[in-house]
Write a protein that binds this ligand. Structure first.
Ligand code: PGA
Length: 300
């Protein structure tokens, strides 16, 4: 069936008015133009859609069947129009974002500030480790990802927006606390509380230690920065975490950073998207917002 939306629209009007003349007036068309389109539609359908009995016209069985489908087609089109309008409209758009566990506290502040500017926007935030972020990018599940170093083996565009210094932390009564320029070899003699493998923090730490041929004992592996910091504060070992997770503990003094050689490990935070991904206006607005505000927000 080669049926056009225009023909269905005219058909709906005639079916509603049960009059070619009134339908023509409603659509600002001439009556012969309406009759012609209905005739063409009937040719395509292969059955009459209307019948004239006396002066009145009625829908045939086929006409009644087609009305239901035609209304559903127009409802679907309305829904599609509304959805596209939402995508075009920054104030009502949806942003699907995933952030590295370590970035969660400043990313949440960033998103909160962004949503205050765009109160109608819907944000879906996922917090997970580096390995899962890479999988999500690979499957094109997210508009944008906040992570350390973008992956080399995926077609992505990564833009650095802020430094991410990784510090060695200890409980304040640790024997190394307060020492200056602690040799990295000495760190190697200490037990460490570490993040799970698959996290960016763990791989950055491991890379540095391997470069210096250091293999510290691992007292416990924890997939959460908060719990890791508590384990370090409780004296289970030293730890490596981003400065961006440390603010409250440094303020109250439950943890200290060590002054050790090769630390901080200097990483950066990146906004990462798949290359070629069509970014909606709200995603573009979010990216611009991050570059404008990230540095202030990281301070807390
Ligand atoms: P993480 O990510 O939370 O997986 O350690 C941070 C990073 O990549 O540095």
């Amino acid at each position: 069936m080669h049926v056009t939306i225009r023909q269905l629209g005219i058909f709906n009007a005639v079916a509603e008015q049960l009059s070619f003349t009134r339908a023509a007036a409603q659509l600002y068309l001439t009556q012969p133009a309406v009759s012609l389109q209905i005739r063409r539609l009937e040719e395509q359908v292969g059955l009459p859609l209307f019948e004239q009995l006396g002066k009145r016209i009625f829908l045939t069985d086929a006409g009644r069947e087609l009305v239901g489908h035609s209304h559903r087609i127009f409802d679907e089109l309305d829904e599609a129009r509304e959805m596209i309008a939402q995508m075009k409209d920054i104030s009502r758009g949806t942003l699907s974002i995933a952030v590295a566990t370590t970035a969660s506290s400043f990313a949440t502040r960033l998103i909160a500030a962004f949503v205050k500017q765009h109160p109608g926007a819907t944000v879906r935030l996922d917090v997970t480790n580096r390995r899962t972020l890479i999988e999500q990018l690979g499957d094109n599940q997210k508009d944008v990802v906040v992570m350390g170093q973008p992956p080399d083996d995926l077609d992505v565009v990564g833009e650095a927006f802020m430094e991410n210094p990784l510090m060695v932390i200890a409980s304040p009564d640790h024997p190394l606390a307060g020492r200056k320029r602690i040799p990295i070899e000495e760190l190697g003699t200490q037990p460490f509380v570490v993040r799970e493998s698959g996290s960016g923090t763990r791989s950055a730490m491991q890379r540095l230690f391997e470069q210096h041929d250091i293999r510290p004992a691992i007292s416990i592996e924890i997939a959460d920065n908060g719990a890791l910091k508590e384990a370090v504060a409780a004296g289970l070992g030293l730890g490596v975490v981003s400065l961006h997770t440390l603010e409250p503990e440094l303020q109250i003094g439950s943890l200290v950073t060590l002054n050790a050689e090769h630390f901080p490990i200097l990483r950066h935070w990146y906004l990462v998207c798949r290359k070629g991904k069509r970014l909606s206006p709200i995603v573009l607005a979010f990216k611009a917002f991050v570059f404008e505000h990230a540095a202030d927000l990281a301070q807390g």
